[in-house]
Design a protein around this ligand. Sequence first.
Ligand code: ASC
Length: 147
Amino acid sequence: MRKTLLALTFVLPAAAAFAQSPEDTVKARQGYFDLLGAQMAVLAPMAQGKMDFDAAKAETAAKNLGALAKVDITPLFPEGTSNADLMDTRALPVIWERGDDFKAKLSAMHAAASEMEAAAGSLETLGPAVGKLGGACKACHDDFRAK
Ligand code: ASC
């Protein structure tokens, strides 16, 4: 009991601060996309033949993508966090004007990311899977991210 209370004193202020600041919400979602990008930075050069295929590295990156695909990031896009509201974000206001389209594109990205684990075992299957995920990234960036 005492331990739980002690733990809560540490956890709750951090959680409360997180919910309060739009800037911190933006940082959190950028961190998520950085994590995605870091996995693609391993897989894409292999798929493009710019880096030797390394099965262990590919598997780790693909597993990470599978885990990231399970994260629902829609709570990290509250109203008031577009690039019209805040500095240091490229999130266009159209995200909130066409929310269903945005969510559909997020889902397509998650679907492609979750397929990577099954595809990362060989270069033959990795290539198309990376192409599909890269395409899903691009489709969303084209419409919803400032250049
Ligand atoms: C990647 C990556 C992206 C997408 C995008 C596709 O590997 O980090 O953001 O693909 O470049 O156009």
